[in-house]
Design a protein around this ligand. Structure first.
Ligand SMILES: [Zn+2]
Length: 345
C-alpha cells in the first residue's frame, strides 16, 4: 500500500506544462500568448479580466493577480481547480496525461513492461473499481480522431525487428515505425485506432531502456487511452466463435497477431476502464468467449481478477495464468499460443 500511495510530485510537475493543463480544461484558447507568457481570465476564481491570470511558460508557474492573489506550479493549479489535495492533484495529472508512475517512482526497480502504459498507480482491488470514477469531468468525453498521419516512419528499425522480434509484415500492418520529427521524435510511433478504424492517437515508445526520468511511453496530452482498445478495429472483424484475447501491451498484441491470431486487443495497461468494458460488451455476444491474458505479475493478477469478474456478467471468460512469474503474452511461441486459444473451442 505504501508503494501504491507513493507519488513523485517533482517528476509529475516536470512532466507536464501549464499549457497542457489549460488545454486539458479546454480553455487554452482564452489565453493570449506573449513571448514567455500566457495571459487570460483566472479559471480558478472564474474571473473575466483578460490580464488577471498569467502563466510563465519557461518557469511553468501561474499567478492570479486578482481575487485569488495566489500563484504556484502546475500541481497547485490542478489542486485549486479540482479543490482536492496536492496528492490527488498529482494522481489526476498522472491519469489525464498518461504519465507512468512506475517509471517515475524511484522505489521501483522492475525491468518488465507490465506497467509501461499504465496511467495510474498499481490498483488494489478496491481502487481498481474506483479509478474509473476519479475524474468524472472528462471520463465520458470521447477522444477525437486525428486529422493527420505520421509519414516517413522508419519501418525496419532494429528495436522493432531485433529487440521485439517483429516481422516487416507486422510492422507495416500495424503502421508503426521510428519517428524522427515532431512530437514523437525519437520514439517508435504506434497508431491507436477506434472501432471504426480511425486513428485516434499515436503512442510513442522509447526504443530501448529510456534514460532515467524518461517514460517508456509518451502519449499526446489530453488523449485518454482508457477510452480505446488497441487493435479493436481488426479484432471485431474476426469470427464470433473465436475467443477474444485481452492483453496488456501493444507488443503483446502485435506479437500475437504476428503468430496468426488476430482476435486480440490490448488494454494499454493492466486495468479495464468502464469505457473499455462497454466497447467489449458492444462487440461480444452472450455466448462469446474471452480469454484474459495479462502479465504474470502483481498488477496483472489484480487486473485480471477484476476484469474477469466484470466481463463474466455477459459472456464466458477464462483467465490465463502463466506457469512462472513475470511471463508475458509477448513471449509466447506459436505453439504455446495455439494451445491457449484452441483449448477454448
Ligand atoms: Zn483568480
Amino acid at each position: 500500500m505504501a508503494k501504491t500511495a507513493f507519488v513523485d510530485f517533482k517528476a509529475v510537475k516536470a512532466a507536464i506544462t501549464m499549457e497542457q493543463v489549460l488545454e486539458h480544461y479546454g480553455i487554452l484558447d482564452k489565453f493570449k500568448r506573449g513571448t514567455d507568457s500566457l495571459n487570460g481570465p483566472c479559471p480558478i476564481h472564474k474571473g473575466s479580466n483578460p490580464t488577471q491570470f498569467r502563466v510563465s511558460i519557461s518557469k511553468n508557474i501561474w499567478n492570479c493577480f486578482s481575487e485569488c492573489k495566489h500563484g504556484g506550479n502546475v500541481l497547485d493549479f490542478i489542486e485549486k481547480m479540482e479543490n482536492v489535495s496536492i496528492h490527488a492533484a498529482a494522481l489526476k495529472a498522472i491519469e489525464w496525461f498518461n504519465l507512468n508512475p512506475a517509471e517515475m517512482a524511484a522505489d521501483r526497480g522492475e525491468t518488465g513492461e507490465a506497467e509501461e502504459a499504465t496511467p495510474a498507480p498499481k490498483p488494489t482491488p478496491k481502487s481498481a473499481t474506483r479509478t474509473t470514477t476519479t475524474a468524472p469531468a472528462e471520463k465520458n468525453v470521447p477522444n477525437a480522431p486525428l486529422k493527420f498521419r505520421l509519414d516517413k516512419l522508419e519501418r525496419e528499425h532494429p528495436y522493432l525487428t531485433q529487440e521485439r522480434g517483429l516481422s516487416l509484415e507486422t510492422i507495416v500492418d500495424f503502421g508503426i515505425g521510428f519517428c524522427s520529427k515532431g512530437m514523437m521524435a525519437g520514439h517508435i510511433a504506434i497508431p491507436i485506432h477506434n472501432a471504426k478504424g480511425e486513428v485516434m492517437a499515436y503512442a510513442g515508445r522509447f526504443p530501448g531502456e529510456p534514460p532515467e526520468a524518461t517514460p517508456k511511453y509518451k502519449l499526446p496530452p489530453g488523449f485518454r487511452k482508457s477510452q480505446e482498445l488497441f487493435n479493436i478495429d481488426r479484432a471485431i472483424k474476426e469470427p464470433d466463435d473465436k475467443p477474444l484475447l485481452i492483453v496488456e501491451g501493444f507488443f503483446d498484441c502485435m506479437k500475437i497477431h504476428q503468430h496468426g491470431y488476430r482476435k486480440v486487443v490490448a488494454l494499454m495497461g493492466s486495468t479495464m476502464s468502464a469505457v473499455q468494458e462497454e466497447l467489449i460488451r458492444q462487440h461480444t455476444k452472450h455466448d462469446s468467449h474471452i480469454i484474459v491474458m495479462l502479465d504474470e505479475n502483481e498488477a496483472g493478477i489484480i487486473g485480471r481478477e477484476d476484469i474477469a469478474c466484470r466481463l463474466s456478467k455477459f459472456c464466458f471468460v477464462r483467465v490465463h495464468q502463466f506457469p512462472r512469474p513475470d511471463m508475458e503474452p509477448e513471449h509466447l511461441s506459436d505453439d504455446e499460443l495455439a494451445d491457449i486459444v484452441d483449448g477454448i473451442a
